[in-house]
Design a protein around this ligand. Structure first.
Ligand code: RB5
Length: 161
């Protein structure tokens, strides 16, 4: 599978561990940084990861910061990204099966590398169920995204007059 992975400084070491693990399992891994422990801003990495998925360069994403919270908040601002912060294997696979989650967020200061590896494996092995009720619910999320985009473009049009 084509997987994009990115982290801020808080997630740097866990990212490197997961890049090695995923490469060893013959996944194609796109490492979008960061590439050192120097402090950076997690929204920049959320943007790079979202762009990769939305451009079809990766099928799934793993985004890491210290808690995973900032990563999830930032990633979910991008229409088409469905990011979940999961530190257990149940949420990691159910998030895909029911909610079509395409980005897994992790908090490197919360979860250890071994559990993170299992959570990532559960996330990658899962598939969206396409059950009617789940398709309907995910469709409603896309509807919210469209409504917000429409409201924004209408208010921009009003402000430009
Ligand atoms: C950076 O220190 C930290 O705030 C960040 O990694 C993350 O935990 C934010 O949610």
């Amino acid at each position: 599978m084509m997987i994009a992975i990115a982290a801020d400084h808080g997630g740097y070491h866990l990212k490197n561990f997961l890049v090695q693990e995923l490469s060893a399992k013959r996944h194609t891994v796109q490492d979008l940084g960061t590439h050192s422990v120097d402090a950076v801003d997690y929204p920049d990495y959320a943007r790079a990861l979202a762009r990769s998925l939305l451009q079809g360069k990766a099928e799934r994403g793993v985004l890491i910061c210290g808690s995973g919270v900032g990563a999830a908040v930032a990633a979910n601002k991008f229409p088409g990204i469905r990011a979940g912060l999961c530190h257990d294997t149940f949420s990691a696979h159910q998030g895909v099966e029911d909610d079509d989650m395409n980005v897994l967020c992790l908090g490197a200061r919360v979860i250890g590398p071994e559990l993170a590896r299992e959570v990532v494996a559960a996330f990658l092995a899962a598939k969206f169920s396409r059950a009617e009720r789940h398709v309907r619910r995910v469709g409603k999320i896309a509807e919210i995204e469209r409504e917000c985009a429409e409201r924004l473009s209408k208010s921009e049009a009003l402000n430009s007059h």
